[in-house]
Ligand binder design. Structure first.
Ligand code: NG1
Length: 394
């Protein structure tokens, strides 16, 4: 008997670099998947290959400790999944043999890595006749993926496992919760590659982790100031017992919080802090705009998110800024970088009347000058809010 796991990528609509700070995100799972076609082996071994020459075949045994392969090697995502399951106490006595394929663009901020981690976990669970609640599996795989060295949050694995056709997902953390929100008919999400790879298993990793560290430092200093009798304490008793970003933003008025933070944080830490706090509030406002069917309000929030990622979080690039500019000039309601940044993709919000002009403008003004011709369908496409990962018999 043979099986196919499909695990979708995702496009984050808003709420960037908030997940590892414990604040909500708002992605969609998309109609592009990583697929693992496999058969079950009686031995505890994983043997996988790929139709792409870029991805060499590999094998490893399902016994602890599972060692990492070289940095950047794709097998590490499968090893991460196996290691996460084994460390959770699941015995993996049977292995899998098969082929990994898919159409989620790689290193594009569309979460091909988490789709591979989730797909591998579902294949191994199927092979061993084990089921886990999806929320639990999402949280487990978020921790497991850190094996590749990125201090990531839990958005991608949750979006991959909980996608629902036609819905965006409000994902909250500690504990992980997922709430589907219907996307109004006629809202169209144009995804545009900046043509710059954002390799988070390689070059972009340190820049990502540096920001995670800066956010922790900024939080520690702000919490310390609030509990030590700083200005926040006199304004708000709840702020004085805050220990997380979520406590801080729910306890204090945003202006007061930022005023205090500006006094105690270095300029860089203050900018990182301001991005996280303002982005957190944009997620709630954007969800409301979607529920109200207000395309333009949602779009304006995307633009503010992009500006904050560009100026305060410093993860945008000239190419991403150019895509956002062209898309807006051509009539998109809003546009922003999606995923971690440092390259990867931008997403633009269009309706039925603007989707074609926006794609034409991006082709003429962004892609043709850089490529000498039109983009491929992996570089510029409309992403549909889609269902989550699953296993079927082939
Ligand atoms: P991308 O850029 O899709 O790899 C990364 C993290 C997310 C989140 C975003 C920024 C992983 C696997 N992914 O996503 O958790 O922090 O950056 O919002 O760590």
């Amino acid at each position: 008997m043979s099986w196919r796991v499909t695990a979708p990528g995702r496009v984050n609509l808003i709420g960037e670099h908030t997940d590892y700070n414990g604040l909500p995100v708002f992605p969609i799972a998309i109609d592009r998947d990583i697929r693992v076609d496999f058969r079950v082996l009686d031995d505890p071994v994983v043997r996988l290959d790929s139709p792409s020459a870029r991805f060499a075949p590999f094998a490893f045994r399902l016994k602890r400790p599972i060692e990492a392969s070289a940095q950047g090697d794709w097998s590490n995502y499968v090893r991460a999944a196996a290691r996460g399951l084994l460390e959770h106490g699941i015995s993996l006595d049977r292995g899998i043999e098969g082929t990994v394929s898919g159409d989620v663009p790689i290193a594009s901020g569309l979460s091909s890595s988490s789709a591979l981690v989730v797909a591998s976990a579902l294949a191994l669970l199927k092979a061993n006749g084990v089921t886990l609640p999806r929320l639990q599996l999402a949280a487990l795989m978020a921790r497991a993926e850190r094996f590749v060295g990125l201090e990531g949050g839990g958005m991608d694995q949750a979006a991959c496992l909980h996608g629902i056709a036609g819905h965006a997902l409000r994902i909250e953390f500690d504990p992980l919760r997922v709430t589907p929100v219907p996307v109004p008919d006629g809202w169209r999400w144009v995804v545009a590659s900046s043509l710059v790879r954002a390799e988070k298993s390689a070059g972009a990793r340190e820049m990502y982790n540096e920001r995670a560290r800066q956010c922790r430092e900024a939080l520690a200093a702000s919490v310390g100031a609030a509990s030590g009798g700083g200005a926040a304490k006199s304004r708000n008793r709840a702020a004085s017992t805050a220990t997380t970003y979520r406590d801080l933003v729910s306890a204090d008025d945003p202006d007061g919080l930022l005023r205090d933070a500006r006094r105690i944080l270095s300029p860089v830490l203050f900018r990182r802090f301001r991005h996280v706090v303002t982005e957190g509030s944009r997620v709630a406002l954007a969800e409301q705009a979607m529920s109200d069917g207000d395309l333009h309000r949602f779009g304006r929030l995307m633009v503010r998110s992009h500006e904050s990622l560009r100026d305060d979080y410093e993860v945008s690039t000239d190419e991403l800024d150019a895509i956002v500019g062209v898309a807006r000039e051509a009539g998109a309601a809003g546009a922003r970088l999606t995923g971690a940044g440092f390259g990867g993709c931008a997403v633009a919000l269009c309706d039925d009347s603007t989707v074609e002009p926006v794609m034409e403008a991006l082709t003429a003004r962004f892609y043709k000058p850089r490529l000498g011709g039109p983009p491929t369908t992996d570089m510029l496409f409309v992403a549909k809010p889609s269902g989550g990962a699953g296993v079927q018999e082939r």
